[in-house]
Design a protein around this ligand. Structure first.
Ligand SMILES: C[S@@+](CC[C@H](N)C(=O)[O-])C[C@H]1O[C@@H](n2cnc3c(N)ncnc32)[C@H](O)[C@@H]1O
Length: 229
C-alpha cells in the first residue's frame, strides 16, 4: 500500500501559480511598466491606511515589485511583510524598499503555505494576483489562518467579464510605448481574463473556507473582495 503523504507530495509538486513564473526579464518588464501606474498604488495605499493604526501588522500577498507595500510603509509606522513566490520580484522589491528608505520584510514563499504564525496580521492585501494562484482555496485558508480575529483581507483582481474596451482604454492611459501596450492588452485578453473569476465563483471559493464575512464590490475592470475573520 502507498504510504506517501499525498498532501505533502502535492505541495512539493505544485508550482503555486498558473502559467509561467514571473522571473528574470518578465519580472523586470512588469516592474518597469507598472512603475508608470505608481499613482494607483499610492491611492490604494491611502485607502488601506484608513483601516490601520500605527501598530498595525500588514501582509501583502504577491506584492511583485513591491510598489503598494512601499507606498503603504511611507504612510505610517506599520509593520509590513510581503510574500511573493518569485525570487526575482523579492530581490526587486527589497532594492526598491531600500531606495525608498522604508522597511518592508519581503520574503519568498507560496501563499498556500504562508511562513508566518497564526493570528498575527491586522490586514492582508492581495492585488492583481489571486487569479494566478493554482490553489485559491489554500490561499484563502492561509489568509484566514494568519489574520487576527476581526482582521480584514482585501483582494483586488480582474473580473473575467471585464469588457475588452474598458481594459484597452485603461491600458491606453498608462503611457506605454506601442509594443508594451500591444503585449499588455494581449496578455489581459488571452491570459489574465481566462484565469480570472466571476463574482459568483469567488463566493463559491470563499464558502469552502472558514471566512464568514464576505463583501464583493465590482469595479469597471475588476472586483474588490473584502473578507473578515
Ligand atoms: C501580476 S503580478 C501582481 C504584482 C502586484 N501585486 C501588483 O499589483 O502589481 C502577480 C504576482 O503574484 C505572484 N504569485 C503568483 N503565484 C503566487 C503564489 N502561489 N504565492 C505567492 N505569490 C505568487 C507572482 O510572483 C507575481 O508577483
Amino acid at each position: 500500500m502507498d504510504t506517501v503523504d499525498t498532501s505533502e507530495a502535492n505541495r512539493k509538486r505544485s508550482k503555486g501559480y498558473k502559467g509561467i513564473g514571473m522571473e528574470g526579464p518578465v519580472a523586470r518588464w512588469y516592474a518597469k511598466n507598472t512603475a508608470k501606474t505608481l499613482g494607483e498604488f499610492r491611492q490604494c495605499a491611502h485607502e488601506i491606511a484608513r483601516h490601520l493604526s500605527d501598530a498595525s501588522r500588514v501582509l501583502e500577498v504577491a506584492p511583485g515589485p513591491g510598489y503598494l507595500a512601499i507606498e503603504l510603509a511611507k504612510l505610517g509606522r506599520y509593520q509590513i511583510s510581503g510574500l511573493d513566490i518569485s525570487r526575482s520580484f523579492v530581490e526587486i522589491a527589497r532594492e526598491k524598499a531600500q531606495a525608498a528608505a522604508v522597511e518592508v520584510d519581503f520574503q519568498q514563499g507560496d501563499v498556500a503555505h504562508v511562513p508566518y504564525e497564526s493570528d498575527v496580521f491586522d490586514f492582508i492585501v492581495c492585488r492583481a494576483a489571486f487569479k494566478n494562484f493554482s490553489n485559491p482555496t489554500g490561499a484563502l485558508n492561509e489568509m484566514y489562518r494568519v489574520l487576527k480575529c476581526d482582521g480584514t483581507a482585501l483582494i483586488i483582481d480582474l473580473r473575467r467579464d471585464a469588457p475588452k474596451e474598458t481594459i484597452d482604454q485603461y491600458v491606453d492611459t498608462i503611457g506605454l510605448n506601442w509594443w508594451d501596450s500591444f503585449i499588455t492588452k494581449w496578455t489581459f485578453e488571452l491570459m489574465l481574463k481566462r484565469r480570472a473569476y466571476l463574482k459568483n465563483e469567488i463566493t463559491g471559493l470563499v464558502s469552502q473556507t472558514p471566512f464568514e464575512h464576505l463583501a464583493i464590490e465590482e469595479t469597471p475592470m475588476g472586483m474588490e473582495i473584502r473578507l473578515r475573520k
